[in-house]
Design a binder for this molecule. Structure first.
Ligand code: KIV
Ligand code: ZN
Length: 512
C-alpha cells in the first residue's frame, strides 16, 4: 500500500492574493466546506494579521471545519504568529505556516538582512509557533532561487526548532521540472534531519510549469503539494489542485504515492463555486474543469469514443464530478427540500429569517427558470452575499430600450447613501448605456478593465453571471452579479464593483 500525498489547498490564501479575487468571510467558509467534502488534508484559510476581516475569516473557517487541518499564514514575526495562533484556537487540527525569504535578491533587497539573521529569525518563529500547535510549517520564500547550501542550513535549523513540514516554494515560477525535482531530491539527501519533516512544494505558474514542477518534486520524494482550485493565485497562479490530483491518480503507474483519499467527484462543483465566488472564469480548454475538457469535436474522435471510450479518454467526466450538476429542484419544491439540498451543498442558514429570505429568492428564480441546478443554488447564495456588500450604492430600477436601427438607451434608478437618484444615458449597447447612466450618478473615476459574461447552467433561460473589473488609481476590484436578464446582471456587477471600490482598504499583503 503506497503512502498518501498530502493535498494542501491554498485557494483561500494564495488564491485570494490574485488582484480582484478577494472573498468575504462567508464565501471562504463555503469554499472551505467544499474542500472538506473533497477530503483535502490541509486548508490554508488566510493571513490573519492582514486585517480584522482576514482574522475573522480564518477564525470562522477554523471554527466550522472539523475534518481538514486548518492552516494560517504568518511572516516570521512574533505579532503575526500570535495572531495566527489566536485565529486558529477553535480548530480541531491547526497548523501555523511561517515563512521568510532566503534568496540572495530577497534577503538583500526586500528584507535588507544578513543570512545569519534570517536563520535566527526563522528558528525563533518556528519555536514561537510551536507554543500554539505542534503542527508547524516553515517556508524559505523564493527557495527556487536560493543557494542550496543556505537552504540546507536554514531547513536543518528549522526542523531542529520544531518544524514538522518544510515547504519549498518556487515563488516566482522560475524553475523547470528537472531542476526543481532535483532540488527536492538534493535537499532530502543532504539535510541530516530531513526524515523528521514532510517536504512540501509550492509552485507558481509564471512559465506555465507549476504542475509539472510539483509532480517532478513528488517523484523525488515530496510528500505534500500546495495547490489551488482552478490554479488561482498570485500573477499566473499556483499549481492547480485538480491537475495534481488527477495526474497522480490517473498515472498511478508513475507515482509511488496516492491521492485515494480525495473525493474526485467534488472537483467540478468546487471549481464552479470558486469561479463563481471570485469571478475568475475557467478557460474552456482548461484540463479537468474546462467546459471542453471532455468534449469531442472531430468525427474520428467521437466515433472512437462511442466504440470504446478508452480510445480517446484517459479519465471519465463523471469521476471528476461533471454529472453532479443535475436538476435538483423546481417551482414546486418546498422549503424542506430547499433547505436539505442547501445543507448538502454546505450552506446553512442563521435562523428562520435567513432561510425564508433565501427561499423567497429561490422561488423568484424558479418562476423565471423551471429547472434549478446546484450551480443555480450556489449562485443564489453568492448573489445574496454580493448584495449584502452593497452598502452605499443599491440598484432600485433599470429600464433599457434596444431596437434595430435605434441607439440603445437606459434609465437607471439608484439609491446612493440613502438618497434615490435617476439618470438616463445612451450607449453602444444596452449594457454600455446602463453603465454610463450609473457612472453619471456615482462619478467613481474608475476605469473599466474587464467585462465578462458567462452562463451558470445551459439553456437560454440560464442565469448570466457577470464580472466587472475596475481600476481606481492602481487598485483593482472585481464586482459580480447574476440574473436571468444579463443587462440586469451587468448593472448589478458594476454596482457591486463600485461598492467594493468605495469600501475602505486596511489590508496587508504577506509577501511585500
Ligand atoms: O509563493 C510563496 O513563496 C508563498 C509563500 C508564502 C509560501 O506563497
Ligand atoms: Zn505563493
Amino acid at each position: 500500500m503506497s503512502k498518501q500525498l498530502i493535498i494542501f489547498d491554498t485557494t483561500l490564501r494564495d488564491g485570494e492574493q490574485s488582484p480582484g479575487a478577494s472573498m468575504t468571510r462567508d464565501e471562504k467558509v463555503r469554499i472551505a466546506k467544499a474542500l472538506e467534502r473533497m477530503h483535502v488534508d490541509v486548508i490554508e484559510a488566510g493571513f490573519p494579521i492582514a486585517s480584522e476581516g482576514d482574522f475573522a475569516a480564518v477564525k470562522a473557517v477554523a471554527d466550522v471545519i472539523k475534518d481538514s487541518t486548518i492552516c494560517a499564514l504568518s511572516r516570521a514575526l512574533d505579532k503575526d504568529i500570535d495572531r495566527a495562533g489566536e485565529a486558529l484556537k477553535g480548530a480541531n487540527s491547526a497548523r501555523i505556516h511561517t515563512f521568510i525569504a532566503t534568496s540572495p535578491i530577497h534577503m538583500k533587497m526586500k528584507l535588507r538582512m544578513e543570512p545569519d539573521a534570517v536563520v535566527e529569525q526563522a528558528v525563533r518563529a518556528v519555536k514561537r509557533a510551536r507554543q500554539f500547535t505542534d503542527n508547524v510549517e516553515f517556508s524559505p520564500e523564493d527557495a527556487g532561487r536560493s543557494e542550496l547550501d543556505f537552504l540546507c542550513r536554514i531547513i536543518e535549523a528549522t526542523i531542529d526548532a520544531g518544524a514538522t513540514t518544510i515547504n519549498i516554494p518556487d515563488t516566482v515560477g522560475y524553475n523547470v521540472p528537472q531542476q526543481f525535482g532535483n532540488l527536492i531530491g538534493n535537499l532530502l539527501e543532504r539535510i541530516p534531519n530531513s526524515d523528521k519533516a514532510v517536504f512540501s512544494v509550492h509552485c507558481h505558474n509564471d512559465l506555465g510549469m507549476a504542475v509539472a514542477n510539483s509532480l517532478a518534486a513528488v517523484v523525488q520524494g515530496a510528500g505534500q503539494v500546495e495547490c489551488t482550485i482552478n490554479g488561482l493565485g498570485e500573477r499566473a497562479g499556483n499549481a492547480s489542485l485538480e491537475e495534481i490530483v488527477m495526474a497522480v491518480s490517473t498515472r498511478s503507474d508513475v507515482f509511488e504515492i496516492n491521492v485515494d483519499h480525495i473525493d474526485r467527484t467534488q472537483i467540478v462543483p468546487c471549481s464552479r463555486l470558486v469561479s463563481s465566488v471570485t469571478g475568475f472564469n475557467v478557460q474552456p480548454n482548461k484540463a479537468i474543469v474546462g467546459a471542453n475538457a471532455f468534449a469531442h469535436e472531430s468525427g474520428i474522435h467521437q466515433d472512437g469514443v462511442l466504440k470504446s471510450r478508452e480510445t480517446y479518454e484517459i479519465m471519465r467526466a463523471e469521476d471528476v464530478g461533471w454529472s453532479a450538476n443535475r436538476m435538483v429542484l423546481g417551482k414546486h419544491s418546498g422549503r424542506n427540500a430547499f433547505r436539505t439540498r442547501m445543507q448538502e451543498l454546505g450552506v446553512s442558514f442563521d435562523g428562520e429569517e435567513e432561510l425564508n429570505a433565501a427561499f423567497y429568492r429561490f422561488k423568484e428564480l424558479a418562476d423565471k427558470k423551471h429547472e434549478i441546478f446546484d450551480d443555480d443554488l450556489q449562485a443564489l447564495v453568492t448573489e445574496a452575499s454580493w448584495e449584502a456588500e452593497n452598502e452605499r450604492v443599491k440598484l432600485v430600477a433599470l429600464k433599457v430600450c434596444s431596437e434595430t436601427g435605434e441607439t440603445p438607451n437606459a434609465v437607471v434608478t439608484l439609491n446612493i447613501d440613502g438618497e434615490e437618484k435617476h439618470a438616463e444615458a445612451t450607449g453602444g449597447g444596452p449594457v454600455d448605456a446602463a453603465f454610463k447612466a450609473i457612472e453619471a450618478m456615482v462619478n467613481s473615476g474608475t476605469e473599466l478593465q474587464l467585462y465578462s459574461v458567462s452562463n451558470i447552467t445551459s439553456g437560454t433561460d440560464s442565469q448570466g453571471e457577470v464580472t466587472v473589473r475596475l481600476d481606481k488609481e492602481g487598485r483593482i476590484v472585481n464586482g459580480q452579479g447574476a440574473d436571468t436578464d444579463i443587462v440586469i446582471a451587468s448593472a448589478k456587477a458594476y454596482i457591486n464593483a463600485l461598492n467594493r471600490v468605495m469600501a475602505p482598504v486596511d489590508r496587508q499583503h504577506p509577501q511585500v
